[in-house]
Each structure stands twice: as C-alpha cells, then as structure tokens.
Design a protein around this ligand. Structure first.
Ligand code: LCS
Length: 420
C-alpha cells in the first residue's frame, strides 16, 4: 500500500499494491503455490482462527493476488477488493452474496449477454426475481423497484448499446428503498469512471478487458466499500471458489501499470474513428459517448472522465452490409472481447448477446444491424484506412431480400422493423 498522499490515478496505476515482500522487489513476485506451510500446528490453528495475518491456501488468499487487489482498490477508491477467475465469476459471486430466495434485482436491460442469462436462467430458478429496464430512464427504475428489491445492477456505458446510466441518481433511488447499487465498470476502467464517487456500493469489472489490456488473461474483480461487506463477499467467494490464480494476477497487475496511457490513447483514437464513421456514406448511425449526438452525452460528462474506446454503429445496408464489412477487414480483428491494445470488431446479435434471446435484445435496442468496435491503440490513420477499405465493399444498402431486421432509430433509441 502507498501511504504517502498520492492521489493521481496515473501514479497509482504504476505504484499501487506493491505489497510487502522479502528482498524489496519493485514488482510483486509470483507466488505460484497452491498452499503455504505452517510454522507449527498452533500457527496453523491461529491462521485459521484469523488470529494472525498470513497465508493458508491460495483459494483463501495469496500475496501476488493481494497485491493486485490492493492496486485495484486504490484505483477505484474502495475499501477492499476480491479478484475472481473471470468477470462472470465476479458478477456471480456478487449476486450470490447479496441475493436470497424471494429477493428481487433490477438490472439494466443493456448489459453483457451472459449477465442477463445468469440472472434469468441460473438465479431465477433459485427463487430470485428480476426486472430488466432501461436504467438511463430514472422513471423506469423507480417503477421497477419493489419492496423486495435488494440490488439495482447497472452497467454503464452498457454493452453493446453504450447507453449511459446516471449512477448518482440511480443510487439515490435505490438507497431510498435500502437496495444496494452494483456497477459494472468494465467499459470505463477506474481511470475514466469511479462509480463509488457517485454512491455505488459495489463495483465489478471484467479485468479481461481494459484493466489487463493485452487480451491474454480472463479475470474479474469486485470492489467493496467496507469491511463487513468484504467479509461477507470473501466467505461467498471462498465457497463458490471462482478465484484468480497468482500468474493471472501478476499479468493483470503488470497491465494496469500502463492503464492510464492506454485509456488516453483508446479514447483519442475512438473519437477520431467515431467522427470518421459519422461522415461515412455507408453508415446509418453511430453511438459513441464522446459525440454530442449521444442521447446521454450530458450524463456522461458528469460522471466520466473520458468517452472510452467502444463505438457501436449500424450500416445503411444493415446486417448484410455489416457482415460484408467485417469479413473484409484486415487490421481490425473479427473477435469478441474488448479493451485490449488491438482493435476488435464483432456482431452482438449473433455473438456476445446471442444467448439472451431476440426478445430481450429488442427490449435493450440491440438491433440485428448493430456492430461493436473496440478501438485499440494502433496508429489511428491505419485503423481508419482499414475501416474505409472494408466499408467500400459494403457501401450499397442490400437489395430487397425477404428478411426482417430490427432497425434502430438513433434519435429515440426506438426500434422498428425494416424489410430488406
Ligand atoms: N461485464 C462486461 C461489461 C463484459 O463486457 C464482460 C465480457 C463481462 C462482464 C464478463 O467478463 P469475463 O467473464 O468474460 O471476464 N464481455 C465480453 C464481450 O463483450 N465480448 O466477449 C466477452
């Protein structure tokens, strides 16, 4: 832990969570061990009784993992963090810790597809009720909250529509009813958004994305605000078992050292790419939090320090043209995931959000023509050149065909059917 008054996120990203290791290493070493020996039988008993600090077994704690947890805690401005084997493990652990049979969760309708599926198909049959609403609409949130609502779960900006939820206002509504607010901060990273500053009780991340930043690790984290919550979550994570291994923790911690630099470049590149797409004749609509045309642009300015690296857009030729374009790309890689140094592109309706079903996708405005771009840190002229050559192969709207797609209206975020 840094004890001196360093408050800048850039410095914290480089120095936070160095830990206290033998020989004073500058970088936390990898404790690649599943278990730790006890000095004596009474030492082991004392460790199990929580009478002294130390390590027992890596599922219950590991120095390399602790160092990363300290780092992320400081970046998010929380009390403590618990790392998990994936973002989904972090979300599952959080919801399992906070919800019991008969409880109700209100969830943003535009969230990562498997989050919807987890709540509906795994937690639902266990007796946990859920309502999915557009959490950018505060009246909709107010109407959805019930006496048994224990959690309001928000992803902002939402995956993949980039809809922005006002964290502060949702926290006020939820806290009036004694519900907790969980924010998935994956798309922003703590460099661009710190939800706890606006009242969030729990923050989760898929560290697979921007925090690690190099597309080589699957990891998640939960950040909590106080010791009581930490103890509660720690017990649940320890029993569910979805912990992070020391090598992955080392890699994510290494990735975080360049997080501030990377977020700056992602944001600058994405702004230039978004403007390029807006002006391209083959593009029908573009959604990017940095554009004034974004429906929640002002909310974004209040709570985000930058617009981030994700853009969603649709082509005039809808899904057919989108597929042609994605197949023609050479530099931008056709792959799911996001937040890595390389530019990735994917089609949510048939990929990341296929599992949630068409009806839920339509409610969340995840139209069939929506293409999601995670802008990397490459030379932006080369990203644009690649998009331009691929778009030139899909500039014509598709001829009349007998398929019906959902068409987004970028002004209202409404959806209507269009026959191609
Ligand atoms: N939260 C958000 C906002 C995500 O985008 C993802 C994964 C997760 C949680 C789950 O994290 P994981 O378990 O994969 O570490 N999002 C993905 C995506 O959009 N494409 O591939 C994965």
């Amino acid at each position: 832990m840094l004890h001196n008054p360093i408050t800048s996120l850039e410095t914290l990203a480089v120095h936070a969570g160095i830990g206290e290791f033998n020989y004073r290493p500058v970088v936390p070493p990898i404790y690649q061990t599943s278990t730790f020996s006890f000095e004596s039988a009474s030492d082991g008993a004392a460790l199990f009784a929580d009478e002294k600090h130390g390590y027992i077994y890596t599922r219950m704690g590991n120095p390399t993992v602790d160092a990363l947890e300290q780092c992320v805690t400081q970046l998010e401005g929380g009390h403590k963090a618990l790392t998990c084997g994936s973002g989904m493990a972090a979300i599952h652990t959080t919801l399992a810790a906070l919800l019991q049979i008969g409880d109700h969760v209100v969830c943003s309708d535009a969230v990562y597809g498997p989050t919807t599926t987890l709540i509906q198909t795994i937690l639902g049959p266990l007796g946990i009720e859920s309502t999915f609403v557009d959490t950018s609409n505060l009246d909709a949130v107010r109407r959805a909250i019930r006496p048994n609502t224990k959690v309001v779960y928000v992803e902002t900006p939402g995956n993949p529509t980039l809809v922005i939820t006002d964290i502060e206002e949702v926290c006020k509504l939820a806290h009036e009813c004694e519900a907790l607010v969980v924010v998935d901060n994956t798309f922003m990273s703590p460099i661009l958004q710190q939800p706890m500053r606006f009242g969030a009780d729990v923050v989760v991340h898929s560290m697979t994305k921007f925090l690690n930043g190099h597309a080589d690790v699957i990891a998640g984290v939960i950040i909590v605000k106080n010791q009581t919550r930490y103890e509660q979550f720690r017990k649940v994570l320890n029993q569910l078992g979805g912990v992070l291994g020391p090598f992955e923790a080392f890699l994510v911690h290494r990735g975080i050292k360049t997080l501030a630099l990377r977020m700056d470049r992602h944001t600058k590149n994405a702004m230039i790419v978004a403007k390029f797409l807006v002006n391209h004749p083959a593009v029908e609509w573009v959604r990017y939090p940095g554009l004034k045309s974004h429906p929640q642009y002002e909310v974004g300015r209040k709570q985000m320090l930058g617009a981030g690296g994700l853009i969603s857009f649709g082509l005039k030729g809808e899904l057919v043209a989108g597929r042609e374009m994605m197949n023609a790309l050479r530099l931008c890689t056709l792959a799911v995931s996001l937040g890595g140094v390389e530019t990735l592109i994917q089609h949510p309706a048939t990929m990341t959000h296929a599992s949630m079903g068409r009806e839920a996708r339509i409610q969340a405005h995840i139209t069939d023509g929506l293409v999601r771009l995670s802008v990397g840190i490459e030379n932006v002229d080369e990203i644009i050149a690649d998009l331009a050559q691929a778009l030139s192969k899909a500039t014509q709207p598709a001829p009349m065909a007998k398929i019906v797609v959902q068409k987004a209206d970028p002004q209202t975020q409404g959806v209507h059917n269009a026959v191609l």
